[in-house]
Structures are given as structure tokens and as C-alpha cells.
Design a protein around this ligand. Structure first.
Ligand SMILES: [Fe+2]
Length: 336
């Protein structure tokens, strides 16, 4: 199936320039739509849904700069790539254009090859940005889905992602690894979508059979994540977040450094966060009690090296009285 050619909106009041741009764009494989004043440019930007706007600064009725500002203020066109075409060369005009939200500039008279190269490069950047926003959006939506189903874990994934990010930084994980860690932390319990509500919200202890179902959630989660493009980077975290350092965890009974680092980190911060918040089967305990428990399980449930790094993080956090939710959001922003 042939891909539809990308559409460029040209806002230019000079008839000869319009004809020239239409020809150039067509030759370069783009479709184009032409308008000759600022107000028409604004309406065409929403009605025609172009992939990019070539916007002359000196338009009648509304200047190109004003059009640019209004497009940026409208949620429908906030991310629409805009190249300003200007006859002015003063740097203050360039600054005004950037302030108005333009992605790039082309000065008249333009070199045709350069103009087309700019168009292609701005479009390429817009596509990459859209992909990144899309991937992150899907992951955030999936994380919300788990929290909606299991209301006791509301905000749990975000908190956990923030703590995991801090512990990951302390452990010297590189930026790519940190991003995978945050995604893994957000999605670690996504497999609970496949576990029945009666089990997730049961107040008493689970029966043998119920436990067997509960223990499937890392495997279900791994399968849910598979279609995501970057799944190979964080799916091991989802699968192995209930492994234990001494090999007594599930689903694969991995031990020690066999357990992927990201899964060891998420396993530790998940356990900590679970202890200090209410669960259907028991009330929340204090941070001090959680630290005692974590120290006791160091070398059994948890990687002792990570416990050593994690305890000071918690103590600092308690000391500075910062809300973990806020920290989590900051870490998320830093990581993605
Ligand atoms: Fe889990």
C-alpha cells in the first residue's frame, strides 16, 4: 500500500512565490495547500491538518509571527511543525520567530535545495517526537489500567517508578537503562489485569489455588508488553520482579545476579512501598518498620548491595519530608 504523501500548508501572499513553492514541493514528493493571508492560514492549519506549515512572516491580515503564536496556543496545532519564511535578516526577527514557537527559519531569497532539506529535517524530527510521545503515552495508559483495576495500588506505580529511578541512579545505571527501569517499574504489575478482582481485593489470606493464579501475573505482564517496540528492554523487569536473591522467588527461581538488575531494583522498592501502604489483607506499617524488615531480608529476598544503597535514599527522603508522589513525577520527567 502506498503511503499518503505528506501535506505542506504554504501561507504566502506573493503569487509567484506560491507557484514556485507548489512546484518545488510537488517535485520533492509532497502535497501542498496554498493560502495567501494570515487568517486563512489559521483556519487551514486546523481544517486541512497539514504535516508542516511554511509560513511567510509578512502576511496580510495577521502576520506570520502572530499566526505562529496562535497555532502554538491551540492544543490542536501545538505540535505542528512550522518553518518561518522571512525576508528580514536581523537577529531580533529570528529571536521573535523562535519566541513565537517556530521550529526553523528560511530566508528569502531561498536556495531551493536548502529549503527542501529544511522541510525534510523538520518533518523527520516531528515524526521521532510523535513516536516518543506515543510510546510513553501507551505505557502511561497501561500503568493507569492496572491502578484502575487494583484500587489499593493507586499511585503505587508512579511512586515506585520514582524510587526505582533514584536507586537506579545510585547503582550507576546509564540513562538508557534508567528509562527502561522507569517503564519496567510503571508496568511491573500490568499482568494483574489478568488476575480476578476477587483475588486482588481479598481481605484474608489467599488459598493455594488463588496464590497459583496470583503468581501468574509476571508472566501475563510480560506477554502484554511484548507488542511494545521497546519491550525487550523492560519486559525482563516485569517477568522477574518477584524473584528473590536466595532463589526462592518466582516465576523462574533465579538467584543472585542471575536476576536482571532492573528486576532486583523494582522488587526491592515494590516491597518497601507495599509495606508502608495499606493492603486489603493488612494495614500500613511505619517507614522504620519497613527498613527493619528490608534489612532483615537483605541477602534473602533482596540484593544486599542494593539494600545498602536504598536505606540512605529512604532516610534522606524522610529527612527532607518530601512527598514521594512529587519525587516520582520529577523522576519520571527526568527519565523520559
Ligand atoms: Fe507484582
Amino acid at each position: 500500500m502506498a503511503l499518503e504523501r505528506e501535506l505542506v500548508l504554504v501561507a504566502e501572499d506573493d503569487v509567484a512565490n506560491r507557484a514556485l513553492l507548489a512546484r518545488l514541493l510537488d517535485r520533492a514528493g509532497f502535497r501542498s495547500v496554498m493560502v495567501s493571508d494570515g487568517r486563512d492560514a489559521l483556519s487551514a492549519a486546523t481544517d486541512e491538518q497539514p504535516d508542516l506549515v511554511l509560513l511567510d512572516v509578512g502576511l496580510p491580515s495577521l502576520s506570520g509571527l502572530e499566526v505562529c503564536r496562535r497555532l502554538r496556543a491551540d492544543p490542536r496545532t501545538v505540535a505542528l511543525p512550522i518553518i518561518l519564511v522571512t525576508g528580514q535578516t536581523a537577529s531580533r526577527d529570528v529571536v521573535a520567530g523562535l519566541d513565537a514557537g517556530a521550529d526553523d527559519f528560511v530566508r528569502k531569497p531561498y536556495d531551493e535545495a536548502e529549503l527542501m532539506a529544511r522541510v525534510r529535517s523538520v518533518l523527520r524530527l516531528a515524526r521521532v517526537t510523535a513516536e516518543m510521545v506515543g510510546a510513553h503515552g501507551v505505557i502511561a495508559a497501561l500503568a493507569n489500567a492496572v491502578e484502575a483495576k487494583d484500587s489499593t495500588t493507586e499511585l503505587h506505580c508512579q511512586r515506585l517508578a520514582g524510587l526505582a529511578h533514584q536507586l537506579g541512579m545510585q547503582s550507576g545505571i546509564d540513562p538508557g537503562g534508567l528509562k527502561a527501569l522507569v517503564f519496567g517499574a510503571l508496568l511491573h504489575d500490568i499482568g494483574k489485569i489478568g488476575v480476578s478482582d476477587a483475588i486482588l481485593t481479598k481481605a484474608g489470606p489467599l488459598s493455594r489455588q488463588e496464590w497459583a493464579e496470583m503468581r501468574l501475573h509476571p508472566l501475563i505482564g510480560e506477554r502484554i508488553c511484548e507488542p511494545l517496540a521497546t519491550a525487550s528492554e523492560f519486559a525482563p523487569i516485569v517477568r522477574h520482579h518477584h524473584e528473590r536473591w536466595d532463589g526462592s522467588g518466582y516465576p523462574d527461581g533465579l538467584r543472585g545476579v542471575q536476576i536482571p538488575m532492573g528486576a532486583r531494583i523494582v522488587g526491592l522498592v515494590d516491597a518497601y512501598d507495599a509495606i508502608i501502604h495499606d493492603r486489603p489483607y493488612r494495614p500500613a506499617r511505619s517507614i522504620e518498620e519497613a527498613l527493619v524488615e528490608i534489612n532483615r531480608e537483605s541477602g534473602r529476598q533482596f540484593d544486599p548491595g542494593l539494600v545498602e544503597l536504598f536505606v540512605p535514599i529512604v532516610e534522606r527522603e524522610v529527612g527532607s519530608q518530601r512527598a514521594t508522589g512529587v519525587i516520582a513525577l520529577e523522576a519520571l520527567r527526568a527519565a523520559v
